[in-house]
Write a protein that binds this ligand. Structure first.
Ligand code: NDP
Length: 430
């Protein structure tokens, strides 16, 4: 670890002497490698954490697009900004901080890392990755990609360390800032420790995203999108839609169609074409999810589909639908990280908005309505980092991504993500 910290320092000094154009060239080469080798990287993800291969290949390509996005835009985003303070001359300059520790999860083992690394390296920072222990091959492949792309040795390194060592790293003076994508508990711990060291921290934590369907919506399209939004990555996504809310006037029809569509989902081997839902990634994820379902049903939640843990090997869990959980039970308050949807019957539109916000989380939120006044009401009123109207929530390198409330703070992607780990230096010349 000591060697790697030292190498990171040297790489930071080396990167300070490089131009945007040089770094953009290396970043484009990384993008090219991801594109040429999408099959190899996709297989690595599928074998280590079980996501369907088609989605894994798409993840590698999305990483490539993000590398290209920052290669193209970073220089313009970080150019000096003149500010009129006549008679003085003033400007804002953006400068990198140094080594950033990135603590990452297994669910999107390439994407979560690249959406941090591409802007960080383009800005001239260096990255040290503590990846989830279940995806070591992905962690090494990512380090190799940045080296093969041409970045100086040490600009992006993987550390195989446990949480106790991560805590020491947060205190280490050579680490200048920390970013974490993971659970709320990990976020509280890392945020508190980084705060104790007065270090900048970005936290991308969980979500319990609402998906509201109102009477004017195209119900067929809404149901199709709702099921896909719940089952993305076998339900193991922070921005998967998790709570589905419809007012009483359309609730019975929404419920009927939603359950019917969930029943038809193709569950299967993740390496086989056509598989929509694979196994869950880890034993504790499946056991935790099943315990949440059982507790919710025992508390009075209606079980409409699934809910049984299949016998035999593998961490399989069936597409499951719960309805109208009583307040306080897990399906009402907690994040369900797997293929389990929770339906809520609202009294009316206002009540649907209230239910949508009735969660400690605030990552993404979706509303389906063709009524413009309702669209305005929800765009304004939803407590979330992202609002999607007549679609689903998805990250995009051109748009900032992050949450409010217990979903964390700070932003990734777009120009906003690039600015997180920089010294925004004010210069005034009299
Ligand atoms: P964790 O949050 O425990 O793990 C994510 C990463 O954080 C891992 O690299 C982990 O390392 C590390 N980590 C965990 N605790 C600490 C800590 N105190 N200090 C420093 N690093 C830490 O997620 P799990 O894999 O256990 O999943 C549990 C739940 O978290 C899920 O059910 C889901 O609700 C949520 N989650 C959310 C994600 C998101 O995209 N926002 C992604 C993954 C999970 P290690 O594994 O070595 O402990």
């Amino acid at each position: 670890m000591e060697e790697r910290l030292e190498r990171a320092e040297q790489a930071f000094r080396a990167l300070r002497g490089t131009s945007f154009a040089e770094r953009a060239g290396w970043m484009r080469r990384v993008a090219g490698l991801l594109e040429e080798e999408a099959e190899r990287h996709g297989r690595m993800m599928t074998l280590e954490m079980g996501k369907p291969l088609e989605a894994a290949r798409a993840e590698a390509l999305k990483c490539a697009a993000t590398c290209r996005y920052y290669a193209e835009h970073a220089e313009r985003f970080l150019a000096d900004e003149p500010v009129d303070t006549a008679p003085d001359t003033s400007f804002v300059r953006y400068q990198p901080l140094g080594a950033v520790l990135a603590i990452m999860p297994w669910n999107f083992p390439y994407w979560q890392v690249v959406r941090f690394a591409a802007p960080a390296l383009m800005a001239g920072n260096v990255g040290l990755l503590k990846h989830a222990p279940s995806v070591p091959g992905c962690a090494l492949a990512l380090e190799e990609l940045f080296t093969r792309g041409g970045f100086p040795p040490g600009a992006f390194q993987t550390l195989f360390v446990e949480v106790a060592e991560v805590r020491r790293l947060i205190e280490e003076p050579r680490i200048k800032a920390v970013t974490l994508t993971g659970s709320e508990g990990a976020g509280r711990d890392v945020g508190a420790r980084a705060g104790g060291q007065l270090k900048k921290v970005v936290l991308e934590l969980g979500g319990s995203d609402p998906f509201v369907v109102l009477p004017s919506a195209d119900l067929d399209a809404a149901v199709e999108t709702a099921v896909k939004a719940r089952l993305i990555n076998t339900g193991q996504s922070c921005i998967a839609a998790k709570r589905f809310i419809a007012p009483a006037s359309i609730y019975p029809e929404f419920e009927r169609r939603f359950v019917e569509r969930m029943r038809r989902v193709v569950v299967g081997e993740p390496l086989e074409a056509g598989t929509e839902v694979g196994p869950l990634a880890l034993a504790h994820i499946r056991d935790g999810l099943h315990a949440q379902v059982e507790k919710s049903v025992a508390a009075g939640t209606t079980l409409l589909l699934g809910g049984q843990k299949p016998p035999g090997p593998g961490f399989w869990y069936p597409p499951t639908v719960l309805a109208n959980p009583p307040p306080g039970c897990p399906a009402h308050r907690e994040e369900l990280f797997g293929p389990v949807a929770v339906l809520f019957r609202a009294k009316d539109t206002e009540d649907a908005l209230r239910l949508a916000n009735d969660t400690p989380y605030g990552l993404g939120a979706t509303v389906w309505t063709r009524d413009e006044a309702e669209q305005r009401l929800f765009i304004d009123g939803l407590e979330a980092g992202t609002v999607s109207v007549n679609g689903s929530v998805a990250s995009d390198p051109r748009l900032p991504f992050g949450g409010v409330k217990h979903s964390g703070h700070g932003r990734e992607l777009a120009r906003h993500g690039l600015l997180e780990f920089l010294n925004i230096k004010t210069v005034r010349v009299s």
